[in-house]
Design a protein around this ligand. Structure first.
Ligand code: GLU
Length: 448
């Protein structure tokens, strides 16, 4: 049976997982044809099945004394090239299908980073929005009481993702340390004075901008004096905007789940500081930006709409940095019609397959998430390295290494795309290069 039919039949409700696998299957067809050993060793059948899935109850008590139960998950997808590595997502939309898609993507992304990391992902359908610090703390502690049995610095190293930032990693680490009585690099994204790495908070956003800069450089162009549409306003979006400003490119949009801001004068350093304060300290909504800066227009989200108007403004570049499937076919067409010719994905799988087709047909410089947002997990890998050495590198040292990794990923994707007859198709390049690295390791290690 074809792989896609198999997974659709086996897990009919895991739509995002089918989507992520479908894209890779399409890209690697010529690889399987040229290399029959992958088929005979059943690589595809094995790579789509998690090595292990852990599903557990997370009971916690709110500030009113009421008991709640959420679901906790860890998908340990593939450990052929290193310990499972990937973030934890706390969001009401989390279910097994979402985490399998994220874990699957993570396997290939991590392979591209050049660092020895397998792929995993986890999280919960817990919604941190509107919860007090104490509630978040109790939830994290309960989550870790179970998760701690399954992870370890050489086994599985979680980190943050949507809804899991420095605060949550702190609470999770504290409980892990208490339960196991050991201080290890079991999580990444730790605080700077207890084992974290400089540049880790910045890494995903910076990396996505470095990737865009590389794509432009390969065409003799740069980000200087360009404008950019950014979505999201969390960690990835914030540091995407920071690096864009440094490189002379003006961000004009950003968003959260309630709506988006269009600032035709552009977000500058002072306005970005306002956003960081608003989101990270006050945990407020982006609407407040328009109250502060009258030149900005706030548009509330319309969940029933067939497109997102954020993607319908004149610009040169787009940095989707919110969540999966935030750019559909119509959005992609709007981007192209508005002159956008560079798309670098800070989020995981933010573009639907129909949207990607439009980018590729229109020869957009399209950096898929697996490659473009690999900076975050790369610096997580560098955090693990520093933890093993019991040593911390300087900001410049880590940033320099991040830049080299992003350059290497870009070159690898570009050369691989060329080698397989689809020049500048970074999606094919990323899928093929990531696949080959993992598949070869699986071949070496036998049927396990
Ligand atoms: N959640 C991030 C990602 O999607 C980072 C994972 C990590 O640092 O382990 O790659």
């Amino acid at each position: 049976m074809e792989i896609l039919d198999l997974i659709r039949q086996r897990d009919p409700n895991e739509r995002e997982f089918h989507q992520a696998v479908g894209e890779v299957v399409e890209s690697i067809k010529p690889v399987l044809d040229r290399n029959p050993q992958y088929r005979s060793a059943g690589i595809m059948d094995r790579i789509i099945e998690p090595e292990r899935v852990i599903l557990f109850r997370v009971p916690w008590v709110d500030d009113q004394g009421e008991v709640h139960v959420n679901r906790g998950f860890r998908v340990e997808m593939n450990s052929a090239i290193g310990p499972y590595k990937g973030g934890l997502r706390f969001h009401p939309s989390v279910n097994l299908g979402i985490l399998k898609f994220l874990a699957f993507e993570q396997v290939f992304k991590n392979a591209l980073t050049t660092l020895p990391m397998g792929g995993g992902k986890g999280g919960s359908d817990f919604d941190p929005k509107g919860k007090s610090d104490m509630e978040v703390e109790r939830f994290c502690q309960s989550f870790m009481i179970e998760l701690s049995r399954h992870i370890g610095a050489n086994t599985d190293v979680p980190a943050g993702d949507i809804g899991v930032g420095a605060r949550e990693i702190g609470y999770l680490f504290g409980m892990y340390k208490r339960l196991r009585n050991e201080f290890t690099g079991v999580l990444t994204g730790k605080g700077l004075n207890w084992g974290g790495s400089l540049i880790r908070p910045e890494a995903t956003g910076y990396g996505s901008v470095y990737f865009a800069a590389e794509m432009l450089d390969a065409r003799g162009d740069s980000l200087d004096k360009k404008t950019a549409l950014v979505s999201g306003s969390g960690n990835v979006a914030q540091f995407t905007m920071e690096k864009l400003l440094e490189l002379g490119c003006t961000p004009v949009t950003f968003s959260d789940s309630s709506g988006y801001i269009y600032d035709q004068k552009g977000v500058d350093r002072e306005k970005l500081d306002f956003i960081m304060q608003l989101k990270n300290v006050r945990r407020g909504r982006v609407k407040e930006y328009a109250d502060q800066y009258p030149e900005a227009v706030y548009t509330p989200a319309d969940p029933g709409a067939d497109h997102n108007p954020l993607w319908n403004h004149k610009a040169d570049c787009a940095f989707p940095s919110a969540t999966q499937n935030e750019i559909n076919e119509k959005d992609a067409q709007n981007l192209v019609d508005n002159g956008v010719f560079v798309v670098s994905e800070g989020a995981n799988m933010p573009t639907t397959p129909e949207g990607i087709e439009i980018f590729i047909d229109n020869k957009i410089l399209y950096g898929p998430g697996k490659a473009a947002n690999a900076g975050g997990v790369s610096v997580s890998g560098l955090e693990m390295t520093q933890n093993s050495m019991r040593f911390n590198w300087t900001r410049d040292e880590v940033d320099h290494r991040l830049r080299i990794i992003m350059k290497t990923i870009h070159r690898n994707c570009m050369e691989t795309a060329e080698q397989y007859g689809t020049p500048y198709n970074y999606m094919n390049g990323a899928n093929i290069a990531g696949f080959v690295k993992v598949a070869d390791a699986m071949l070496d290690q036998g049927v396990v």
